[in-house]
Design a protein around this ligand. Structure first.
Ligand code: ADP
Ligand code: MG
Length: 292
């Protein structure tokens, strides 16, 4: 393509809410055949709210929320924001000591003299905290409704389950439909559990789901697809998406997401509207298609 055509292409991109890193990006945009989409904050709004607090037998609902909320107040994760907000609405939060974050798993620290852990059942297993059947059931049923469920434990005992839920963006289903009509194959990629991921995928019309992926493994998923001969676009918003965004043939960041994700990407969807992704593909095909 001529430099002029490419300049026109990137200029048109700006009108569509697309920030394109450089004219050469349009070439990789045109070749994409597979689109990997992060779930939380990309396909969904990322604004999670607490939908349910289930105490273990003998535990107190308010205390489960209070200690979990105090701990999560130190975390930036959407799950953490939801829990901390709900807890703060119910009362004042105690201070936290020795806060630590296990990325993609959960958090731990000392609250009111208790060693508190909040996270996926897998994190509890790492701490050798057994999850009783009653709570395991609460986790599974919340997940089947598309929610994310975390277990709250302190002093080595599981005390309850908190379910947080997110809603899909109004524009996501249409964006997926458009991507398909352009001949692209969408895949939902998430650190969240399989049941919740499948429920969200069904709501937006995605058939292929890769779930339970640790943040550092997202990049491996992209590499594996590339090794299969796919030309991969990755769409994400989080710090944990950055490596995968950089690895992908085309990285698309949500403008509403983290700076780290934006810096790692080739293209920014300024308004955080997923429909800008098919817009980008069409623009690239049009800009380069005519001249090639
Ligand atoms: P995603 O790919 O959906 O953005 P992450 O990889 O960041 O998800 O997190 C995966 C899962 O780890 C979350 O769904 C949640 O169950 C758990 N998790 C991560 N951070 C926290 C936290 N601060 N508190 C509780 N659970 C967490
Ligand atoms: Mg995300």
């Amino acid at each position: 393509a001529t430099p002029t055509a490419l300049m026109v292409g990137t200029g048109r991109g700006a009108q569509l809410g697309l920030l394109i890193r450089g004219p050469e990006v349009l070439e990789s945009t045109r070749r994409v055949d597979t689109v990997v989409l992060d779930k939380t904050g990309t396909v969904t709004t990322g604004r999670m709210t607490v939908t349910e607090v289930v105490p273990a037998d003998g535990s107190d609902t308010a205390e489960v929320l209070r200690l979990a909320g105090a701990l999560e107040d130190a975390s930036e994760h959407p799950v953490a924001r939801a829990i901390a907000t709900a807890a703060r609405e119910a009362g004042t939060l105690p201070a936290v000591e020795g806060f630590a974050n296990s990325e993609g798993l959960g958090v731990q620290g000392t609250v009111d003299g208790h060693a508190v852990v909040v996270g996926r059942p897998r994190l509890l297993a790492d701490w050798s905290v057994p999850v009783p059947d009653q709570l395991a059931y609460a986790v599974t049923s919340a997940q089947q409704r598309g929610a994310t469920a975390v277990v709250v434990a302190w002093d080595g005992v599981a005390r309850g389950v908190i379910a947080v839920a997110d809603t899909v963006k109004d524009s996501s289903a249409e964006a997926i439909r458009e991507l398909r009509s352009l001949g692209l194959h969408p895949i939902l990629l998430t650190g969240d559990n399989e049941d919740a991921a499948r429920e969200i995928a069904a709501q937006v019309g995605i058939d292929e789901v890769i779930a339970d992926v640790l943040p550092q493994e997202k990049v491996d998923v992209v590499k594996r697809l590339q090794a299969q001969g796919k030309t991969v676009a990755m769409v994400g918003d989080g710090v944990n998406d950055a490596a995968a965004l950089a690895q992908a043939d085309l990285g698309l960041a949500m403008g509403t997401g983290s700076d780290v994700a934006i810096e790692a990407s080739d293209l920014t969807l300024v308004r955080g509207d997923l429909r800008a992704a098919p817009d980008a593909i069409r623009l690239a095909r049009r800009t380069l298609g005519i001249i090639k």
